[in-house]
Write a protein that binds this ligand. Structure first.
Ligand SMILES: Nc1nc2c(c(=O)[nH]1)N[C@H]1C(S)=C(S)[C@@H](COP(=O)(O)OP(=O)(O)OC[C@H]3O[C@@H](n4cnc5c(=O)[nH]c(N)nc54)[C@H](O)[C@@H]3O)O[C@H]1N2
Ligand SMILES: Nc1nc2c(c(=O)[nH]1)N[C@H]1C(S)=C(S)[C@@H](COP(=O)(O)OP(=O)(O)OC[C@H]3O[C@@H](n4cnc5c(=O)[nH]c(N)nc54)[C@H](O)[C@@H]3O)O[C@H]1N2
Ligand code: SF4
Ligand SMILES: [Mo]
Length: 718
């Protein structure tokens, strides 16, 4: 037995750990490293269960190929690549490169040598069919920046914030939040509050995070545009905005003022189910009583209808209150692995990226960055015609489980000529795949802390780890990037990884891939590797520079499409308890929510976790249970206009009345699910045939109108 230091790679904080290995270098146990520079010993249940997770019974130990009878048989890795490359060549010759697609999920993103691979591979082929979970997550953030414009320096950092306003985000559980600190967030929040920072939380649930709030609004889900418009209206009416900043940098403040005019405190309070006085308290605390710090949303607003409008109005709070760093102020995290960008106290006018360049044949949706939007993923596969996707690489994403509209997703995946799943486990997507190419798990590979999202760290921190654990005995498992490199070589195409062309003649190593990622670091790669616990690279501070003298760009807070949607929202005026959707009436709102024990669809294969959480419970306020005539532990059916799922009801006083919450990532394939064994898939309640937001095609994944039927009744009714 021996102990080594490394970091967990199950989710974004990458907690520093001590890993105990047996004589074969397999993991025996994991514990948090108290001396870790960022996470100070924090490690969660999921991370501590890594040994059980890595050796779970459904881990795929060899490349597998589907047989005509649906069973899977081992196939040597190189042969699998030969066969896949041959199929790709046939499809590309026949249908062109647009028939090849890729989809990245968390398994691809939390892996520095792999995360750039799908775009690199598709780019080399010449296909735009590059998707990721970003567009069923918080893609609204890109739309806000694209329409408001961007301050060329960071928002006010946590260290100097006297206020934070959190909309539908629960960092104390999700540990994955932008614009906070995801490394040990409970400690960070306590520390910030101890030095006087105030907190406003807006969430239909009194969350773990909301326990620390100075002002807490508990609205119905889906009312963020209403509430944000109401708060903006109060701020502007009272003159609490930063008028100097607005005069200099905001082009259309009067248009904004006019657009939010109908959103009076009384109207907002009635509609959103909050107290008008609390709304005023939130506005005053944010804008009048605080000078620095800002507002940001998580998945709550970004998964509900009008996701882009919500995020736009939330970011607008930062704009009108001038909550950005100014010239001369220190940039707290200028980055380590990425090249340092110039930071200037100036605006870059709204770029509206999606209005230029490639548009999807489905719905005319444009690109977000270099990605297509997930809301049309299934139709890109199912709808015949020029550009139809015929082959798909799922990379670290359990598509058949986590995509909204599960039945349609399964139908789409089954209709493909070729589905390759790059994935360590026999999950729902694996079961539908033609080839499963299993990969190493975190501790089994060398890695770097996040580079693409490194700005989410509160400090300029980076860390390298070697592979510390051996892959399972007798397995044939590779690093993710080897799959793409091997296929590209067979197809005779040049891979460009993170902007650097790879040698296509002799295979790189994982370290050489990581050296590419780290090429902008302030120290040579070998020095970076030598810091056993990583390093905070603060030797050369960066300061916000003054604006370019000729810069005249301004923020646009009230562009025509935003004003129009705000008008539509006003006209919608839903009635709590009687929500109309697709011609039917529903009594409750289903709101998304994450739980501590699992990460999306992962960790369901760990016995200790299943003991705590055998299936995904449906949380309701105790009064709601009484009103429904049920008790905790009763089985219910949750019915939306798209489908229905069974669940066991659980009493939870933190959930607002009128709201039901159940986490995603559970259930098996649609016709092979037993709730007590598998849980339920909430994607069955969502349609991607309708209810897609404009621009980002975000499906309605929260604020879903539902009704709840005790299971006995529904069985009798059948
Ligand atoms: N343990 C664990 N951690 C995770 C994950 C996990 O599955 N498990 N998933 C990871 C992923 S992929 C992501 S993207 C992040 C997400 O991280 P978060 O965005 O923090 O996700 P949640 O913890 O679900 O918090 C969302 C909150 O939004 C509230 N909400 C729901 N609907 C609405 C609404 O319409 N308006 C408002 N204002 N609030 C609403 C919910 O009550 C909930 O408290 O978490 C990551 N971390
Ligand atoms: N209804 C509903 N649907 C949702 C959400 C919701 O709140 N409600 N949330 C959405 C959000 S925000 C997100 S981000 C998505 C999450 O969607 P996914 O990212 O697809 O979800 P995960 O279950 O985390 O899947 C990650 C997969 O990567 C695999 N994996 C782990 N490590 C590695 C590795 O090193 N290499 C490879 N190749 N694979 C690895 C895991 O086994 C797992 O199957 O779900 C979305 N879907
Ligand atoms: S799974 Fe837990 S231990 Fe691992 S990085 Fe995430 S929070 Fe840290
Ligand atoms: Mo996510």
């Amino acid at each position: 037995m021996r102990e080594v230091r490394s970091f967990c790679r199950f989710c974004m904080p990458f907690c520093g750990t001590h890993v105990t290995l047996d004589e074969d270098d397999h993991i025996v146990s994991v514990r948090g490293d108290k001396e870790d520079l960022m996470t100070s010993g924090y490690a969660c249940m999921k991370g501590l269960q890594a040994p059980a997770s890595y050796s779970a019974g459904d881990r795929v130990l060899h490349p597998l190929k589907r047989q005509p009878d649906g069973s899977f048989q081992r196939i040597p890795f190189e042969q699998a690549l030969d066969e896949i490359a041959a199929k790709l060549r046939v499809i590309i010759d026949r249908d062109g490169p647009k028939a090849i697609g890729g989809y990245r999920g968390a398994g691809a993103m939390l892996n520095a040598s792999a995360m750039g691979m799908v775009p690199a591979f598709l780019g080399a082929i010449g296909s735009h069919k590059n998707f990721s979970t970003y567009t069923i997550d918080q893609s609204a953030k890109s739309i806000s920046l694209g329409r408001i414009g961007m301050w060329n320096a960071p928002r006010d950092p946590l260290a100097t914030s006297d206020i934070r306003m959190m909309w539908g985000v629960n960092p104390l559980v999700s540990l994955a939040t932008s614009y906070f600190d995801m490394t040990n967030p409970t400690k960070r929040l306590k520390d910030a509050r101890a030095r006087g920072m105030k907190l406003i939380v807006i969430d239909p649930r009194r969350t773990e995070t909301a326990q620390y709030a100075d002002v807490f609004l508990q609205p119905y889900p889906g009312e963020d545009p209403t509430i944000a418009a109401g708060i903006i209206r109060i701020i502007l009416a009272e003159g609490w905005e930063d008028s100097e900043f607005c005069a200099q940098y905001v082009a259309d403040l009067d248009d904004l003022r006019a657009a939010v005019e109908p959103y009076t405190p009384e109207y907002v309070a009635r509609r959103a189910g909050v107290d008008a006085e609390d709304l005023r308290k939130a506005a005053a605390l944010f804008a009048r009583d605080s000078k620095r710090g800002g507002a940001a949303a998580g998945t709550g607003p970004s998964m509900s209808p009008h996701s882009n409008l919500s995020d736009h109005l939330i970011e607008t709070l930062n704009v009108i209150c001038g909550r950005y760093q100014r010239a001369g102020e220190q940039v707290v995290n200028p980055g380590v692995l990425r090249a340092r960008a110039p930071q200037k106290a100036q605006v870059l006018a709204a770029p509206r990226w999606w209005e230029h360049g490639y548009k999807s044949r489905i719905g005319g949706y444009g690109m977000l960055g270099d990605e297509m939007v997930s809301g049309i993923f299934c139709d890109e596969i199912l709808v015949p015609g020029e550009g139809q996707i015929r082959a798909m690489f799922a990379h670290g994403s359990n598509l058949a489980n986590i995509m909204p509209d599960q039945r349609k997703t399964v139908r789409a995946l089954q209709s493909l000529e070729l589905l390759v799943n790059i994935e360590p486990y026999m999950n729902e997507t694996s079961k539908l795949s033609d080839y499963i190419l299993p990969t190493k798990m975190g501790y089994e590979r060398a890695d770097l802390t996040m580079y693409y999202y490194e700005s989410l760290y509160a400090l300029p921190y980076a860390r390298y780890t070697p592979a510390v654990a051996a892959t399972p005995t007798g397995s044939e498992i590779v690093d993710d990037w080897q799959i793409f490199w091997g296929l590209a070589r067979r197809l005779g195409i040049q891979l460009v990884f993170d902007g650097v062309p790879l040698d296509m003649d002799s295979e790189p190593t994982t370290d050489s891939m990581l050296a590419v990622v780290a090429r902008h670091a302030p120290v040579p790669f070998d020095e970076l590797k030598s810091y056993e616990r990583g390093h905070i690279f603060d030797a050369e501070p960066q300061y916000v520079a003054p604006a370019d003298p000729d810069c005249t760009d301004r923020f646009t807070v009230a562009p025509a499409d935003v004003v129009q949607e705000l008008g539509e929202v006003f006209r919608e005026s839903p009635t709590p308890g009687a929500y109309l959707s697709n011609g039917e009436t529903f009594t409750h709102m289903l709101a998304v929510r994450r739980v501590r024990d699992v990460q999306n669809s992962c960790h369901r294969n760990v016995p200790a976790i299943r003991k705590r959480m055998p299936y995904n419970l449906a949380y309701l306020h105790p009064d709601e249970l009484v009103a429904l005539g049920i008790v905790a532990g009763d089985k219910i059916e949750i019915i939306s206009d798209a489908g229905s799922i069974p669940a066991v009801a659980e009493s939870d006083p933190t959930v607002r009345s009128g709201v039901i919450q159940i986490t995603h990532g559970w259930g098996g394939l649609p016709d092979d699910t037993v709730y007590e064994r598998d849980g339920s898939n909430t994607g069955l309640l969502i349609s991607t045939d309708r209810d897609l937001d404009p621009i980002n095609a975000m499906p309605r994944m929260s604020a879903i109108p539902v009704r709840i039927a005790p299971m006995k009744l529904s069985v009798a009714a059948e």
